[in-house]
Design a protein around this ligand. Structure first.
Ligand code: SF4
Length: 230
């Protein structure tokens, strides 16, 4: 797929049209997979053990209001790991990250660079429990929960991280700069002995509120692809 056509595909998928249609003799090179009904495929024992620990966690008050913990989705040991913020109400109900409208947008963004939950990405959030009313995570909650994320990253050992939204960035890059200032460069996550390249972009939920920012995501995805994840 040419760069121009891939960009057209992304823009179309993200609602920036015009609609791009395949010619009769072409087959799609990118298929957006259905969201798996089950959790993480090819579960590793260490991740399974961590998932069980998280499922019983009561370290912060979010355990009192969650329906269930939301650990991860995708492929263990995938070359790409996406880190988001916290489960929303849909994720709380289903038990998987990024399953609402924002999650569907994330899937379309990733599909534009041939990445899918079924094949080559592992997806998790900073918080494993839904903050009531979709409020922002509190710093004490992040402090309690982020060690689980660090363990997930260490167990998966991804080639590159995609940090979506400011809470993932603040947690893993220890920076309070806005996303717009941090885009366009490859950062390093050096946390607890980790040293992993990281690309940042806007959270899909933010893009749903500010669709005029969607076009910038293409550059972030290209930068991500350049890290050799595919
Ligand atoms: S948000 Fe994290 S630290 Fe708080 S109860 Fe849930 S799993 Fe435990």
């Amino acid at each position: 797929m040419t760069n121009a056509r891939t960009k057209a595909s992304l823009f179309n998928a993200m609602g920036l049209g015009p609609v791009w249609e395949l010619k009769a003799n072409e087959t799609p090179q990118v298929q957006v997979p259905a969201i798996p009904a089950q959790g993480v495929h090819q579960e590793l024992p260490s991740l399974k053990s961590l998932q069980n620990t998280v499922a019983n966690c009561k370290k912060c008050s979010l355990c009192e209001t969650r329906k269930q913990t939301v650990f991860a989705d995708g492929i263990a040991h995938a070359p790409l790991m996406v880190v988001g913020e916290a489960p929303g109400i849909d994720e709380d109900a289903v038990g998987l990250p990024f399953v609402g409208r924002a999650g569907q947008l994330l899937d379309r963004m990733l599909a534009a660079i041939s990445v899918s939950r079924a094949n080559n990405v592992y997806i998790a959030n900073v918080l494993k429990c839904h903050p009531p009313g979709n409020r922002n995570p509190e710093s004490a909650e992040i402090a309690e929960c982020s060690p689980y994320l660090v363990e997930q990253i260490k167990a998966n050992d991804p080639k590159v991280l995609l940090l979506v939204g400011r809470f993932a960035i603040q947690t893993l890059l220890n920076s309070k700069k806005p996303v717009g200032e941090l885009r366009g460069q490859v950062h390093r996550v050096t946390l607890d002995g980790l040293d992993i390249p990281a690309v940042v972009t806007y959270h899909p939920a933010y893009l749903l509120r500010r669709p005029e920012e969607k076009s910038k995501v293409w550059d972030d995805l290209l930068l991500l692809k350049q890290q050799g994840i595919i």
